[in-house]
Design a protein around this ligand. Structure first.
Ligand code: GCV
Length: 701
């Protein structure tokens, strides 16, 4: 009796404690990413969805179909707050059955006309359709392949997670880009180059015997976005990755990733035949070298039958390459491409080269090295080009190679990890930056020849197309270090599927899935995200400035060490890339080159990238360059201060753990933004010799 009393009292206090902690705030560690599947906040919407999804039928049996089933159990159960029964056969379908399957596995009535529509969807697209099946209104998710079904199922769950109306669905979706790839800059010793979220996810020392369950979650997160490839290791590659010891480990990862539609690629070191092959040369014209690569590729495909291919950084930043033997980039790429072709593998050959011996202006070098090679690459080679001509700066104009190599598929390389954007310390939503690149008009075939069309392969009718994002994930519990850095992984995947999606819409759908549906919370977070990139550009490199950071770490301000990039002097500031200067403007097609060349028409956001501008030159606002520069740095610091204040309003309206963890980083960002302002303005003032206006007075002069 006493015991019973005690235990009921204990239970009472436990309930009180739980209620209390719910009221004071709950904890989430961010591990679940955008796949949290918490019960719908609105009981009406939940009730409606429960009416619309009464049962589920998934046709067929395979590892991918099992994943789909599991995801639907987890997703629907979580969102609708109750288990949804799964049917054993289609004949049991009743009103409101969610039906998932390829047409091969689903004997659906011909009148629905699904076959014709599926023909246009390729092997990754999907169709979601409300239809009558055996006189019952149902929702059908179908595709030509299981991969399509997987993407369709995730898409359907996203509709629920973002509270869309699912009453009359009739949608199809196909990826606009074929290879949608994460590039990991991971080393074999477990580090991550430019990684700010812990160690490498691949526990090389444990593989292949032990495969962390976390890797399944990694694959699942990618599949939810449609990311279909992963390069496991840094382009500063170690030859060891190609030894049997490591290929066995790579194969273990590929086995885990395969049912999620995620193919494995490797970065390879061009000198591997010398380092691990016992040859004294890696000359691509040497028959022994050719034979070595062919045999190595055959060996890889024995381990990994769906292996994607090679990523290569050659003759760049000290990496070996074909030029060591007097051969061209095309010679090197084609030798590897020939070895991969029988297995349908591809080569992604990076254009990130800026060695001496080329132009004095580093921003011109990749174009000069690669544009003349257009048309010389084998058909299974993509040339991988960074978004801008320098190196992932906070803002760069689009790389002029886009639009300059019509006969070569160009793969766009974006950087998700924030190497130059405050690491995982800063809240920066990168989708607006990527959209600026994708929407940049190359004018290669007249107006409307956007980078997006080049990358999709639409502009010049390429069968291959690709986009890569340098990954920001690591062993940190929340994957990306900063909770908001997850939004960049998310946005990369969604834009890779469809570069036409809008940044604001992506911010909103991510917020709803990741934080809350409460309108004011959504509005606040989306505004923070949408303003964040411009804020960091103001903080670090406004008006087209670039590379003002320290050599080590690329984090702190160090304008004093970067004179060759900003060219500050008594007369003014900026790198003259006009026709009177380095002439980089003419790497762009007309009329883009004219627009950039002319001080009056060059967009202010790229001004100091293309022009050396006098300190007293009036800008669009009527204020001088100097005052405008001060104003931008001051605005950057002010915005960092304000965004922390705005964030504080969310306390108690989102979970406590993530609230506090983001808060702590916003504090760092605020402190740093003030440091950037002071370091840069005090330094540039030595040249401008003008007073720094008080922020409020910045509109004078
Ligand atoms: C993989 C920049 C980075 C390097 C990176 C290189 C590249 O220079 O700082 O860490 O190396 O780009 O893209 O190859």
């Amino acid at each position: 009796m006493k015991y019973a009393f005690c235990s009921s009292r204990l239970a009472f206090f436990a309930v009180l404690f739980c209620l209390g902690s719910w009221q004071l705030g709950w904890a989430e560690d961010g591990y679940d990413l955008w796949l949290r599947y918490r019960p719908m906040a609105s009981p009406e919407i939940q009730k409606q969805y429960r009416r619309q999804i009464g049962t589920v039928f998934v046709a067929g049996e395979s590892p991918t179909l099992r994943i789909i089933r599991k995801e639907l159990v987890h997703g629907l159960g979580g969102l609708l707050g109750q288990d949804i029964p799964f049917l054993e056969s289609l004949s049991a379908a009743k009103a409101s059955t969610l039906i998932v399957g390829t047409l091969e596995d689903l004997p659906l009535p011909k009148e629905l006309g699904l076959e014709t529509r599926l023909r246009q969807l390729g092997d990754e697209g999907f169709l979601i359709q409300t239809a009558e099946v055996r006189v019952h209104p149902c929702i059908i998710i179908t595709a030509n392949t299981e991969r399509g079904l997987l993407y369709g199922s995730f898409h359907f769950l996203r509709l629920l997670q973002t509270q869309q109306n699912i009453s009359h669905l009739a949608l199809t979706s196909t990826p606009k880009i074929r290879d949608r790839i994460l590039n990991h800059w991971d080393t074999l010793s477990g580090g991550v180059g430019r990684g700010y979220a812990g160690k490498s996810l691949w526990q090389w020392h444990e593989l292949p015997a032990t495969v962390s369950p976390r890797l399944t979650d990694y694959a699942r997160a990618n599949a939810s976005l449609g990311i279909n490839g992963t390069v496991l290791n840094s382009p500063n590659s170690e030859a060891r990755i190609l030894t049997p010891e490591y290929l066995r480990k790579v194969a273990a990862l590929a086995d885990i990733f395969r049912p999620y539609g995620l193919r494995v690629f490797l970065s390879v070191r061009f000198s591997a035949p010398r380092e691990i092959g016992g040859l004294e040369t890696a000359d691509p014209f040497d028959e022994r070298v050719v034979a070595w690569w062919e045999a190595k590729v055959r060996e890889i495909y024995q381990w990994i039958p769906d292996f994607g291919g090679f990523l290569v950084k050659a003759n760049s930043e000290g990496q070996p390459g074909p030029q060591d033997y007097g051969r061209t980039h095309a010679d090197g790429a084609n030798m590897l491409a020939r070895a991969l072709a029988p297995h349908r593998g591809r080569v992604m050959w990076r254009a990130f080269v800026y060695g001496q011996g080329l132009d004095a202006d580093r921003a011109k070098r990749a174009y000069e090295a690669f544009a003349p090679l257009d048309g010389q690459f084998a058909s299974n080679v993509l040339v991988q080009v960074k978004n801008g001509p320098l190196d992932f700066q906070p803002r760069e104009p689009a790389h002029p190679l886009f639009g300059a190599m019509p006969n070569t598929p160009l793969l766009l390389e974006l950087q998700i990890t924030q190497e130059y954007l405050g690491h995982s310390q800063y809240l920066v939503f990168l989708a607006p930056m990527w959209k600026e690149t994708l929407d940049f008009d190359t004018f290669a075939h007249g107006p409307g020849s956007t980078v997006a069309k080049v990358v999709e392969g639409r502009l010049d009718n390429h069968a291959l197309s690709g986009i890569a994002g340098v990954a920001n994930v690591g062993s940190d519990r929340n994957w990306c270090g900063h909770h908001f850095a997850q939004a960049n992984w998310y946005a990369f995947g969604r834009l890779a599927w469809n570069p036409g999606l809008g940044a604001q819409a992506l911010a909103e759908e991510w917020t709803r899935q990741t934080f809350s549906h409460e309108p004011d919370v959504v509005r606040t977070i989306v505004t923070l995200m949408m303003d964040s990139w411009e804020g960091v550009v103001n903080t670090m490199t406004p008006l087209g400035l670039n590379v003002l950071c320290s050599f080590r770490g690329h984090y702190d301000p160090a304008p004093q060490a970067r004179a060759s990039f900003h060219k500050a002097d008594a007369a003014g500031l900026g790198y003259d890339r006009s026709r009177a200067g380095s002439g980089a403007v003419d790497q762009y097609h007309p009329p883009q080159n004219e627009r950039l060349n002319n001080l009056a028409t060059c967009p202010e956001k790229y001004l100091l990238w293309f022009h050396h501008v006098a300190w007293n030159q009036p800008l669009q606002s009527g204020r001088t360059l100097w005052v405008e520069l001060c104003r931008h740095y001051q605005a950057g610091a002010e915005q960092a201060r304000r965004q922390r204040q705005i964030w504080r309003r969310l306390q108690g309206r989102i979970d406590d753990q993530r609230f506090h963890e983001v808060e702590a980083r916003l504090e760092i960002q605020e402190r740093d933004a003030a440091a950037w302002r002071d370091a840069c303005l005090n330094y540039f003032q030595k040249f401008s010799k003008r007073p720094i206006p008080a922020p409020a007075a910045a509109s004078d002069e």
